[in-house]
Design a protein around this ligand. Structure first.
Ligand code: NAD
Length: 486
């Protein structure tokens, strides 16, 4: 990264250990959403830059895959340390690029980015090789890396999700060509600087910046990449799957959600209320795991609504640098418009807007930023558009349910199946509900508790495959059976 001739910050692709200009000279404007202004430009890297990155990764992969587990782990640990040593700077960059509260980036996301590398550095020590013996042969099953892996990640948790994909791919012995979102490219570029600082061999990690249509598509179509891990929207996932299928690429798809939050009358009300506020509005509702459909047992519906609305009305929306604020800006003007138009649709469908429902003007530095008030809507049927489609903003709907069967029916009546939250003191019921909910992740009496050893992913239109723990290492390797015949 450096300043261009016009003094604008230029965010370049990182290829073979150096930052390069896009071969076509094309740059995209990059905005600070909290102030609503362009503050940098990001390379829109064409297919030829992706070719360069894949060639560099292919060259590097020979040596990288032959390193001992300790050597590879040490490189990952050095990257983790490099992230920690620049944590404050990275958190500020993430906040500026995405509009998210600084405290969220600083306390959760950047530490987790470092932890992703540290975790997989540890996990590879436990990778084992299976052997099956018989009178006619001894079979040894090797788990071999692909050579070069591709990763594509979204803007909502930029460095957190970028590293969540890159770390296991590298740990398993692959070199990587990684594409961050063009809306939040900055911290990935800073990770490129960290790779230089910590002496990662050239070509092991390459970061191609650019739009999905240009750079992302070139990455998906590239014949040198045999496995791709993608996190993003369901529609984009479908396009990627359609491009990858005839090329027989291995795919992991982590997609959208419309997650239910099931609240039973016997729950710990105070804990549920505080957590439900977070699971509704953390990062302005722009976390794939946010519970955007709140389902409440009828007997406590009024009590819940009164207490929840009081919290929501008190929530502070404003400058993401100000620690007193609960919500920052949403990621872009286009996304703000999309959220506001989804709220209009909800009103047209008969929804009652009980809180929010509008953009927020923030005086001072952020007066031109893109903010949306936390919004609560009820009086909507499960089948309406609002309750079926992902909004990915600070908008939740609330619906009453009669009993556990009704709650499960409502919870499952969407095309998605990423996560769910169940609030009840009755653990038998919690288990039955959890077993019957169509989701890849279910929390009972909590939310966003993540243990990196556990499998993570969705069902139905929320995705295919599992990331996390050993599942991630398995994704990034292919098995080869070698039979020593007796
Ligand atoms: P998006 O699908 O628009 O973009 C994601 C990434 O894909 C970006 O890097 C983008 O440039 C790239 N891309 C776009 N079109 C492409 C194409 N044709 N070929 C290759 N790459 C392409 O998603 P987004 O708006 O950045 O992120 C929000 C979405 O991500 C939401 O739907 C959210 O639920 C989902 N998400 C899911 C998870 C999960 O773990 N399941 C986590 C975070 C976000």
């Amino acid at each position: 990264m450096s300043l261009g001739a016009d003094d604008t910050l230029k965010i370049r692709s990182f290829v073979d250990g150096e930052f390069i200009d896009p071969a076509t000279g094309q740059w995209l404007d990059n905005y600070d959403p909290a102030v609503g202004e362009v503050y940098s430009q990001v390379a829109n890297s064409p297919a030829s830059d992706v070719d360069r990155a894949v060639a560099a990764a292919t060259r590097a992969s020979r040596d990288w895959s032959r390193l001992s587990v300790e050597q590879r782990a040490n490189h990952l640990l050095r990257i983790a340390e490099g992230i920690r040593s620049r944590a404050d700077e990275l958190a500020r960059a993430e906040c500026r690029d995405s509009g998210k509260p600084l405290k969220l980036a600083r306390d959760l996301e950047i530490p987790r980015a470092a932890q992703n590398f540290g975790f997989f550095a540890g996990l590879i020590h436990g990778m084992s090789t299976a052997a099956h013996d018989s009178p006619v042969g001894l079979n040894v099953t090797l788990a071999q890396p692909f050579g070069v892996g591709g990763t594509i990640s979204p803007w909502n948790l930029p460095l957190y999700l970028f590293t969540w994909k890159v770390a296991p791919a590298l740990a398993a012995g692959n070199c990587v060509v990684a594409k961050p979102s063009e809306l939040t490219p900055l911290t990935a570029a800073m990770l490129g600087e960290i790779c230089i600082e910590v002496g990662l061999p050239h070509g092991v990690l390459n970061i191609v910046q650019g739009s999905g249509q240009v750079t992302g598509q070139a990455l998906v179509e590239h014949p040198g990449i045999r496995a791709i891990s993608f996190t993003g929207g369901t529609a984009t996932g479908a396009k990627i799957a359609a491009s990858a299928a005839p090329r027989f690429k291995k795919l992991s798809l982590e997609l959208g959600g419309k997650n239910p939050n099931l609240i039973f009358a016997d729950c710990d009300f105070d804990k549920m209320l505080a957590t439900t506020f977070r699971s509704s509005f953390q990062n302005q509702g722009q976390i794939c795991l946010c519970g955007s459909r709140i389902l409440v047992e009828s007997s406590i519906y009024d009590r819940f609504m009164a207490a929840f609305l009081m919290m929501v009305h008190k929530a502070k929306v404003g400058d993401p640098l100000d620690e007193a604020n609960d919500l920052g800006a949403v990621v872009s003007q286009a996304h703000q418009q999309k959220i506001l138009s989804a709220i209009d649709t909800a009103a047209a469908e008969g929804g009652r807007i009980l809180a929010g429902g509008h953009a927020v003007s923030v005086p001072g530095r952020c007066e031109r930023g893109w903010f949306v008030a936390p919004t609560v809507i009820d009086n909507l049927d499960q089948s309406c558009c609002t309750n079926q489609r992902e909004i990915f903003g600070p908008v939740v709907t609330v619906q009453p349910f009669r009993d556990a069967d009704h709650a499960i029916e409502l919870a499952n009546a969407v095309p998605y199946g990423l996560s769910a939250t169940v609030w009840t003191a009755n653990l038998n019921r919690a288990l039955r509900v959890a077993e019957n909910i169509e989701a890849g992740v279910v929390w009972v009496n909590g939310w966003l508790i993540r243990d990196l050893r556990t499998p993570f992913g969705g069902v139905k239109e929320s995705g295919v495959g599992r990331e996390g723990g050993i599942d991630a290492l398995e994704f990034w390797t292919q098995k080869k059976n070698v039979c020593f015949c007796r």
